[in-house]
Design a protein around this ligand. Structure first.
Ligand SMILES: NC(=O)c1ccc[n+]([C@@H]2O[C@H](COP(=O)([O-])OP(=O)(O)OC[C@H]3O[C@@H](n4cnc5c(N)ncnc54)[C@H](O)[C@@H]3O)[C@@H](O)[C@H]2O)c1
Length: 261
């Protein structure tokens, strides 16, 4: 399903992005990797780039080929470097890259956003998510945080709430929709990657251990990569604006508790 397709994957130097790039290559795709860090294992095609600023995104796009079939937005921060950096990478930078890339994505192409179970609260915080996703372009995130009274510890869940809401909006945004570009999300629960240690520091051991206990184990990058690549492929041609929980059943378990069934 991916043979001969060109897929741009961010966050390829580690964890989920690295495994997604490896699997896409094994499936016959031409992978272009992007990361702020250079991967330890050589990538056939790699752009060192930083999506945390508007200039960084522009510089990445400048180096890309004219035709790309799919974009997998995997790069992310845990929140341990503060709210402004986290919102800039996990949401505003990701969105800026997706919008800048839209003209190069082929008709019927795909964007897949790696969100998280941590964004589960988007419905409860809908007004905040509507306001913050309605801001166009790449805002100065530090002043935006001050203006809206956003707290540092909210950075990670907030970034994923915005990403989940925007995924649905983008599926109907003319920039993507008019050319049949599908926009979907994958939401993992805890996954054994370097970021998980940081989540333990940011969210607390209790929260992470409770999530793991609900489903028996933490996920692995190899559990998440096939879901990302399915949504990148034409096999998902009628899936749009969706969030695929890729968490061993964690979201189902939380839904049962929250909704009381
Ligand atoms: N591991 C988990 O438990 C878990 C759970 C849910 C969601 N996620 C999400 O999965 C995605 C991948 O996380 P992971 O677990 O592979 O973590 P990771 O830390 O192993 O990988 C993240 C990658 O993103 C890159 N990156 C960070 N800032 C960047 C920037 N400004 N520009 C370009 N690249 C940048 C890092 O260098 C790193 O290689 C993230 O979006 C994360 O929020 C992870």
């Amino acid at each position: 399903m991916l043979f001969g397709k060109t897929i741009l994957i961010t966050g390829v130097a580690s964890g989920i992005g690295a495994r997604t790039a490896e699997l896409a290559g094994q499936m016959g795709a031409d992978v272009i990797g992007v990361d702020v860090r250079v991967p330890s294992q050589g990538q056939a095609s790699f752009i060192r780039g930083d999506i945390s600023t508007s200039a960084g995104v522009t510089e990445i796009v400048r180096q890309l080929p004219r035709h790309i079939d799919a974009l997998a937005n995997v790069a992310g921060l845990s929140g341990n470097t503060g709210l402004a950096a986290t919102l800039a990478v996990n949401f505003y930078g990701l969105r800026a890259l997706s919008e800048a890339l839209a003209p190069r994505l082929r008709e019927g192409g795909a964007i897949v956003n790696v969100a998280s179970i941590a964004g589960y609260g988007w419905r409860a915080n809908i007004e905040r998510a509507k306001t913050l996703t309605a801001i166009e372009g790449f805002p100065d995130v530090a002043s935006l945080a001050a203006k809206h009274g956003l707290k540092n510890e909210e950075g990670y869940p907030l970034s994923k709430e915005l990403l989940l809401l925007w995924t649905m909006r983008a599926a109907h945004q003319p920039l993507f929709k008019d050319r049949g570009i599908r926009v979907n999300a994958v939401s993992p629960g805890p996954v054994e990657t370097p970021i998980l240690k940081q989540f333990r520091a940011v969210l607390g051991d209790e929260r992470v251990d409770s999530d793991i206990t609900r489903v028996g184990r933490a996920g692995t990058s190899a559990d998440i990569a096939p879901a990302i690549l399915f949504l990148c492929s034409d096999g998902a041609r009628w899936v749009n604006g969706a969030n695929l929980a890729t968490d061993g059943g964690l979201e189902a378990s939380i839904n049962a508790e929250v909704l009381g069934f």
